[in-house]
Design a protein around this ligand. Structure first.
Ligand SMILES: [Zn+2]
Length: 360
């Protein structure tokens, strides 16, 4: 067996016996996954390709979108409006007379939204799930918008390429990069966002992803396939993501990036965490903040009757009646966060004189 990225035969294959979920709605899809980590280029990818192919057929098929399946919810849509807003306002200087491609976005609403940010420009949205091409002209900004599932319609050089949270699903990534090479030129800038397993180790448990990107793995992957310079950007609004700028005017800078195994490290972390949670002295009823993969993992190792609480919006967190009713002595709360978010919840709980909470 050889690394899919760099062809090295120095590979680590590791099986994880945990529950694995889909990103959207956290449907449990498997009780194990096997990942391969290349010891040379550090890329990590799933060894269960036929399992993923079957799953993707369901998630990404064109026919599928028109049907009323409950599983429709599986479609990964985790590019929030606020990410785009921060991105357009904060990162982009030129908003005039440019060609833009958002690869892997099928939202007509977003396409129309975009057209207000750019003047005299042309915006393409490409996604395989698009059923019918859509055309829109913004009279105010004089920007043309095209939504398509046909790459042949994108027949010019593109200045700004966006790939937000889709690269981790590309089993056939080679055709993706081949196309990117075709439409790029010296002035092209490409922005890539993926989940980061450095920043959140629990992301390994998102079982519908093919690639698991660390900073080193993603760097080597992009440089190998595009041969251009990559630069990581740190932004608060993408705190658990890899956020990379690829500058097509500059050649790659080769770095030798040998480090210890990420898969072994995450395995150790998840095993330790599951033991640690089992030992916690919890009250009869336990609440876990956050409908995210961290929370689902933790809830599995608690015997109490646990309830997951959606706190994605600070508003709903404060509104939630549990926090008004916090005087109840028979509950405990697990907070699966670090950093600012943990501090924020902790502050509310301390103010309410509630002591029975744990950082998990
Ligand atoms: Zn490799």
């Amino acid at each position: 067996m050889h690394c899919r990225n760099c062809k090295s035969s120095d590979l680590l294959k590791k099986k994880f016996n945990f529950d694995f979920y889909t990103y959207k709605n956290f449907n449990k899809i498997s009780e194990y996954q096997t990942y391969i980590e290349c010891k040379k280029c550090k890329i990590i990818y799933s060894n269960r390709v036929s399992f993923l192919k079957k799953l993707y057929k369901k998630i990404f098929s064109k026919d599928y979108l028109g049907l009323k399946f409950k599983d429709l919810e599986l479609i990964p849509k985790f590019n929030s409006k606020s990410i785009y807003h921060h991105f357009f306002v904060g990162e982009l200087k030129k908003k005039n007379n440019i060609k833009i491609l958002d690869y892997g976005n099928s939202s007509i609403i977003q396409l129309k939204d975009y057209s207000n940010f750019f003047y005299n420009s042309k915006i393409y949205f490409y996604d395989i799930t698009v059923k019918k091409d859509f055309f829109f002209y913004n009279n105010k900004t004089k920007t043309t918008c095209i939504l398509t599932n046909n790459l042949k319609k994108i027949d010019q050089k593109i200045d700004l390429i966006i790939s937000f949270n889709s690269l981790q699903y590309y089993l056939n990534y080679k055709s993706f990069f081949k196309f990117i090479k075709k439409i790029s030129y010296l002035k092209t800038k490409m922005y890539v966002v993926t989940p980061s397993i450095d920043k959140n180790k629990y992301f390994l448990l998102l079982g519908d992803e093919y690639f698991k990107f660390s900073k080193i793995g993603l760097t080597n992957f992009l440089q190998k396939n595009l041969n251009k310079k990559t630069k990581f950007i740190n932004r608060k609004y993408l705190s658990s993501s890899n956020f990379v700028l690829i500058d097509f005017s500059k050649k790659k800078i080769s770095k030798k990036l040998y480090k210890s195994s990420k898969l072994n490290m995450i395995d150790k972390f998840l095993k330790h965490k599951s033991q640690q949670i089992k030992k916690l002295k919890l009250k009869k009823k336990t609440f876990i903040f956050g409908t995210r993969v961290n929370s689902f993992f933790i809830s599995k190792y608690i015997n109490n009757s646990t309830e997951l609480i959606d706190d994605q919006e600070n508003k709903s967190l404060r509104k939630y009646k549990l926090l008004d009713d916090i005087s109840n002595k028979n509950i405990s709360i697990l907070i699966p966060y670090t950093g600012i978010k943990y501090e924020m919840i902790k502050k509310i709980l301390i103010k309410k004189k509630f002591k029975n909470f744990f950082q998990a």
